[in-house]
Design a protein around this ligand. Structure first.
Ligand code: ADP
Ligand code: SF4
Length: 679
């Protein structure tokens, strides 16, 4: 297939100061939980994106001084010359494929914790550290500022020595020292670095000038700048100082990378924003500078990308999450394979993992982070090792991914699903408020399978042990999922909840299947991820009086990791959902429930016509168990996904993929992948 000429503009080269990007696809700096602690892992992950057609591929933020180090969080570092080697491994993996390698030199300033180095965080003024740590920043004196500029310059030289083509001055996300100097909130200095905007922007200007002076002959010096903080007059705004800064520095950098801050604004999930959601904030930038402008917006549609360029909003299409979900997105557009794009669903699961200091994972792309350690390529997979027939039972995320990947390997695959609709939990959950984009997990695989002559899908096909034995497949894969429990067994009540068997309760499965509830509704969220909050939102939108009870201080507490928690809580409050935090559900009675304070066990009663339990899930493994004693002619019988151990959609997709890779592969050892270690 060939490229649709409408998309030609996306493949035009763009000059970035002394270097040129081969096209307009720009993987902006994004966290990945790899750093240079997992150098090979990161190098392979970034390298695959370059191979997939991204003209520029950046690392994440790169620390360059011990006054800003991230402890056990894996970030790349250029503290000293000895660090050049590891950074060069990553740059080389990117450049091998003809892409430019970028690095974002970062100093966390007032938000630094420095747990490892024990050095005081630095800031324009003395303030408590951002994240509730019992420490204050040191107000930098003139010597500190001179030192900081020197460290930055030295780091830029190291970045160049490591082979990077694009080097960033970082002033975004409210976690960068230059942004702290710019901010009226944090900067109360009376010297030439405080007071007027001209003074507060001085440090950014100096960094840009000095970086250009040091490496500008051969490297593009970029700035990542937040034009708006969504804080109104308390912060930088696109109509106020955000605009003025662009006017003041317009021609100084070789590239403007513009966004909204903090990170929770920049990386909004699909539950709270549409593709292109930053346009109204950043659209003015191009009118003030002749330098190229890159911006993000969870772009996965080539038409939306072309529109950004043609309407003069952006010169380069920035992407973090879309490049994680599909490293080959540019090449697929180039080759006229739009339908093959594995679109990011905007779930922020990737972020939730790297926020816990581990290499990121992706709901859509099971190969991310596995490129080096398992040798998995997002587009290539080994041809089948035999002519064996494979039967998969259950077309949820695990079964669909297994069928898709085995189909690509050339196996004869049969996928049987009890329901009319395929997709399992994806189909049910994507009908809930704000989760429509999650349907892409099903749609990408359903489309792929529909193009394969060797994969058959059987709907309305409830399979029992007899059917499985008679089917004649050498390999049978059970991917029958899980059901939400009705007995209250869960995190806070591992032995269940008193009265759960005596009174009717509703589970998420019941609600998603259309159960009619009476108010007042009490929803006990013992899972702490997104579903409890989403269901409360739905039931409230249905006009019911809803109280959400959680043993945490916050609703949907895991969603702090996905950057969504504050928006979720705000939305529930605005909708009129009553929130009772820090209480467990102690007992269920007729027409009411008993709650227990998690600290004192003090009890209170709540009227309740319908109780919704979002507690634990039970693996749906009866079919698997019924076959373990008499398999008939089945060579291998394997369970995958939620019917083994209920977990995330990402985990189910991963297990489906792993099954497909390993069906005829070598036996796995106790450590089934390469580990990065010295010696
Ligand atoms: P996972 O997340 O592990 O993929 P899901 O619960 O999303 O699990 O999907 C499991 C799918 O398996 C559901 O669509 C369900 O209807 C289907 N299923 C369960 N039992 C059977 C069975 N005996 N025969 C066919 N399909 C089944
Ligand atoms: Fe997109 Fe979700 Fe994958 Fe992150 S985990 S890249 S948000 S699909």
């Amino acid at each position: 297939m060939t490229r649709d000429s409408r998309y030609d503009i996306l493949f035009e080269p763009v000059r970035l100061g002394p270097v040129t990007s081969r096209n307009r696809f720009f993987q902006v700096p994004h966290c990945c939980g790899m750093g240079t602690q997992y150098t090979e892992t990161q190098a392979a992950m970034r390298g695959v994106k370059a191979e997939g057609g991204w003209g520029v591929v950046c690392t994440e933020e790169c620390m360059f001084h011990m006054t800003s180090e991230t402890g056990s969080y894996p970030d790349p570092v250029l503290f000293e010359d000895r660090d050049i080697k590891a950074m060069a491994v990553i740059a080389e993996a990117i450049k091998k494929h003809g892409s430019l390698a970028g690095v974002e030199l970062a100093h966390h300033g007032m938000s630094a914790e420095n747990l490892y180095s024990r050095m005081a965080p630095l800031g324009p003024s003395s303030r408590p550290q951002f994240y509730g740590k019992p420490l204050h920043t040191k107000a930098m004196d003139k010597t500190d500022i001179r030192d900081f500029r020197r460290w930055h310059r030295d780091a830029a030289l190291r970045a160049k020595a490591a082979g990077y083509d694009v080097v960033y001055v970082y002033a975004a996300h409210n976690i960068a020292l230059p942004m702290h100097f710019l901010s009226r909130r944090y900067n109360d200095r009376t010297d030439e670095y405080g007071g007027s905007l001209e003074n507060r922007v001085r440090l950014i200007r100096e960094l840009l000038e000095e970086t250009k002076d040091a490496i500008g002959d051969s490297c593009c010096v970029a700035i990542r700048f937040a034009v708006d903080e969504l804080l109104g007059d308390a912060g930088i705004t696109k109509d106020g100082e955000g605009r003025e800064v662009i006017e003041m520095l317009a021609e100084l950098p070789d590239l403007w990378d513009v966004n909204i801050s903090g990170w929770a604004n920049d990386s909004q999930s699909s539950r709270f924003s549409e593709e292109g959601y930053q346009e109204s904030y950043v659209a003015f930038v191009k009118s003030l500078t002749s330098k190229p402008v890159v911006g993000v917006g969870r772009f996965t549609s080539p038409d939306a990308m072309v529109s950004q360029i043609k309407r003069g909003v952006l010169d380069l299409i920035g992407a973090a999450r879309p490049s994680i979900a599909d490293p080959f997105l540019p090449n697929k557009i180039d080759e006229g394979r739009i339908e093959d794009i594995r679109e990011c669903i905007g779930c922020n699961f990737c972020i939730s993992i790297n926020n816990q200091s581990a290499p990121m994972r992706c709901t859509q792309n099971p190969t991310v982070g596995e490129e080096w350690r398992r040798g998995w390529h997002p587009e290539r997979i080994a041809a089948k090792g035999s002519d064996d027939k494979v039967l998969i039972v259950g077309a949820g995320p695990a079964g669909l991914e297994a069928a898709h990947a085995l189909g690509k390997r050339g196996y004869e695959v049969h996928l049987a699903e009890a329901r009319r609709e395929i997709g399992g939990r994806i189909t049910a959950e994507s009908a809930l408020p704000g989760l429509a984009a999650w349907g892409r997990v099903r749609d990408y695989r359903a489309y792929g399978i529909s193009q394969m002559g060797n994969v058959s899908v059987y709907r309305d096909s409830l399979m029992g042990p007899g059917e499985l034995r008679e089917f004649g497949a050498a390999h049978v894969v059970i991917a029958t999922g899980a059901r939400w429990r009705k007995d209250g067994v869960g995190r806070r009540n591992p032995a269940g909840i008193a009265g759960a068997g005596d009174h009717p309760v509703f589970t998420p499965d019941d609600i998603m299947a259309g159960a009619a509830l009476q108010g007042p509704v009490v929803l006990f969220d013992d899972e702490d991820y997104y579903l409890g909050g989403v269901l409360a939102e739905k039931l409230r939108a249905d006009g019911l009086d809803v109280t959400l009870v959680t043993a945490n201080a916050d609703v949907s507490a895991y969603c702090h990791n996905t950057l969504e928690q504050e928006r979720i809580q705000a939305r529930l409050i605005e909708l009129g959902v009553t929130i009772i935090p820090l209480h467990n559900l102690a007992a269920i009675e007729a027409g009411e429930v008993e709650l227990a304070c998690v600290f004192t066990d003090r009890r209170r009663r709540l009227e309740c016509a319908s109780l919704v339990l979002v507690t634990g899930r039970k693996p749906e493994d009866s079919l698997y168990r019924s076959l373990t004693t008499d398999r008939g002619g089945i060579k291998t019988l394997t369970r995958i996904g939620d019917c083994v151990a209920p977990a995330t959609i990402a985990a189910a997709v991963f297990e489906g993929h792993r099954y497909a890779r390993e069906l005829d592969g070598p036996a796995q050892g106790d450590v089934p992948f390469l580990r990065e270690r010295v010696g």
